[in-house]
Design a protein around this ligand. Structure first.
Ligand SMILES: [Cu+2]
Length: 156
C-alpha cells in the first residue's frame, strides 16, 4: 500500500496536479508509440468535488481524440467510443481501472518517452463546461506505469 501511495505522489509531482475549480486530474500517461503507430491510449484519474461528467477531450497532438470503453468479448479486446463518463462527487475515477481510456487518433508525430501530450478535457459541472488542460506523461513503449522511481522525477 505504501508503495502505491508513493508512486501516485511521484506521478502527481511529475505531471503536476491540475486544479480548475473543484476538479483534479492526476497520473495522466500514455505509452511511446511504435513505428507506424498513429493512435495512442491515455490513462488518467479524475476527482471532482461536485458531481460532473467528462463529455469530451481534444489534443493538439492528434486529429481527433475520443473517450473509449474497453471490454473483453470472447477473448477479444473491444474498444468503442462513448459519449460521456460520469464523475461522481468526491470520488476518484481512474479511467484505466474503470475500463476506459482516452484514444488519440491520427497522431501528428510519434509519442516519445519523456515527452508529454497536451490534452484538454471538457468536463461538465452543473450547466458549465470546464476546459481542463492536462499533460500526459509519455512512458517508454515497454514500460509500465509503476516502473519509474522517485528520483527520476526529481529533475522535472
Ligand atoms: Cu481506444
Amino acid at each position: 500500500m505504501n508503495k502505491i501511495i508513493s508512486v501516485l505522489l511521484g506521478a502527481m509531482l511529475f505531471s503536476g496536479a491540475v486544479y480548475a475549480g473543484d476538479i483534479q486530474v492526476e497520473a495522466a500517461w500514455s505509452r511511446a508509440t511504435a513505428p507506424g503507430q498513429d493512435v495512442a491510449m491515455v490513462d488518467l484519474a479524475i476527482s471532482s468535488v461536485k458531481e460532473a461528467t467528462l463529455i469530451g477531450v481534444t489534443s493538439t497532438s492528434c486529429k481527433t481524440a475520443e473517450l473509449h470503453s474497453m471490454t473483453h468479448e470472447n477473448g477479444m479486446m473491444k474498444m468503442r467510443a462513448v459519449e460521456s463518463l460520469a464523475l461522481p462527487a468526491g470520488k476518484r475515477v481512474d479511467l484505466g481501472k474503470s475500463g476506459y481510456h482516452l484514444m488519440l487518433i491520427g497522431l501528428k508525430a510519434p509519442l516519445k518517452a519523456g515527452e508529454s501530450v497536451p490534452l484538454i478535457l471538457n468536463i461538465k459541472v452543473a450547466k458549465e463546461v470546464l476546459k481542463i488542460a492536462v499533460k500526459a506523461e509519455v512512458i517508454p513503449l515497454t514500460g509500465t506505469r509503476t516502473a519509474p522511481k522517485h528520483d527520476e522525477h526529481m529533475h522535472h
